[in-house]
Design a binder for this molecule. Structure first.
Ligand SMILES: *Cc1c(COP(=O)(O)O)cnc(C)c1O
Length: 419
């Protein structure tokens, strides 16, 4: 029997990695720019000047938080666009290009579809693409990554934190090694290899100091940090040659034409400020909730496995927020003998929102490329769900899920066995 609860509109949202609600304070900061302060930042009269001031102050605030200068921040319409600008803007595929001309791209095998589809498109144009492999916990093999570098390599793109299993990549280490490689290349007269990181999932939890990370390009979006959707920025290190994808009035240093999304930009900056301000405290709180939940699930449900890094989990050890290896809000579990999709739908009927693998692929039944890359079996992949916690998640929510999930899993396993 499936558990019976009064469904008095109970709602537990556990899909913060898919998107986050707009923060009330962010909404308030944005509000005037929808109406009274509606000016076009390019206009020279008062309303325009006010809008320009807001955009530039947002740029400054973001730059300061990532240890960059304001001119290095390009506002875009989200993570996907920033990623496309980083990849297509830096790589122009010239067939039969001479040695040293960039035509080779290295990305990790577990990148977001924004990256994977972009490099696939370039591959169709003749680029060579290396998918750097990850280990069973979802960490890139840095040694192998650098073995893949050749004279034609133009860009390396490695996500900071994974959206499905939360593994956090050693971006700083890769950046340092790459700078050694680049020194040698420049000495020999070859072009530098650019380094991009997709930090969409990291912006609310990790340090985004671009100099510590050693990146030339970095993508951040608003929709994962309680900011407005369709907002984001691309950090572009001074001296990095980039071609625009969108042509027009020459806004954003000619890299992203079109009238600026002033409320969006203001909201993005405020969301990013809050995310970075609160991350240390939030990380500790969320990691505790996450570890509690996983421990309980493993205690209460047989034949469950955790996908992704599991160092501090289950051993009772405290996670050190300084050296995180897994996003504190990420839980990814495989339940043997059932389908994650059915589990998702049953949980939804109890007001609990989770996802299977990645939200972007739940519309089709493609097995998650991330879970494949970390060596999970087809059955484990189809039996997987992802729960991602966030600002409004409290222990009471998880206790409700802990009441619902075990009997639902048991019932689904019974049904599956019967057919
Ligand atoms: C959500 C996400 C994106 C895409 O960002 P949009 O703002 O939805 O375009 C890219 N990369 C990662 C890691 C993401 O989580």
């Amino acid at each position: 029997m499936f558990p019976k609860f009064k469904k008095n509109n109970k709602s537990v949202y556990l899909d913060y990695a898919a998107t986050t609600p707009l923060d009330k304070q962010v909404q308030k900061t944005m509000a005037p720019f929808w109406s009274d302060e509606f000016g076009n930042p390019s206009s020279l009269y008062r309303q325009g000047r006010e809008a320009r001031k807001a955009v530039e102050s947002a740029r400054q605030s973001i730059a300061r938080l990532i240890n960059a200068s304001p001119s290095e921040i390009i506002f875009t319409a989200g993570g996907t666009e920033s990623v496309n600008l980083a990849i297509f803007g830096s790589m122009k595929i010239v067939k039969g290009a001479p040695l040293g001309q960039p035509s080779h791209i290295i990305v990790s095998a577990i990148e977001h579809p924004a990256i994977l589809s972009s490099v696939q498109a370039l591959q169709n144009q003749g680029a060579e693409v290396t998918l750097a492999e990850v280990d069973n916990h979802g960490f890139v093999n840095v040694q192998k990554l650098f073995q893949a570098v050749n004279l034609q390599t133009g860009i390396i793109s490695i996500m900071y934190a994974n959206n499905e299993i939360g593994s956090i990549q050693p971006i700083g280490e890769i950046g340092r090694r790459l700078s050694q490689v680049n020194k040698e290349r420049e000495r020999q007269g070859f072009s530098r290899i650019l380094f991009h990181t997709d930090a969409c999932q990291a912006a609310g939890a990790l340090d985004l100091n671009v100099n510590k990370l050693g990146v030339d390009l970095m993508t951040v979006n608003g929709s994962k940090i309680y900011g407005p959707k369709q907002t984001g920025f691309l950090y572009v290190r001074t001296g990095t040659k980039l071609n625009p994808l969108i042509f027009g009035g020459g806004q954003e240093r000619g890299l992203r034409s079109g009238t600026e999304n002033v409320p969006g930009i203001v909201g993005l900056a405020e969301a990013f400020r809050l995310a970075q301000k609160n991350r240390a405290k939030e990380n500790g709180r969320l990691a505790k909730l996450r570890d509690y939940f996983i421990r309980e699930i493993l205690k209460q449900i047989p034949n469950v496995s955790v996908n992704g890094p599991e160092p501090m989990l289950l051993k009772g050890a405290k996670s050190k927020t300084g050296t995180l290896s897994r996003l504190p809000n990420n839980i990814n579990l495989s339940f043997s003998g059932i389908e994650g999709e059915s589990l998702l739908l049953y949980l939804d009927s109890y007001g609990i929102s989770v996802s299977t693998g990645s939200a972007c692929s739940s519309a089709n039944m493609e097995p998650s490329h991330v879970l494949q890359a970390i060596g999970r079996s087809q059955a484990e992949i189809f039996g997987s769900i992802r729960l991602t916690l966030g600002k409004f998640t409290v222990k009471k929510d998880l206790d409700y899920v802990l009441k619902v999930l075990p009997p639902v899993v048991a019932e689904l396993r019974k049904i599956t066995k019967d057919v």
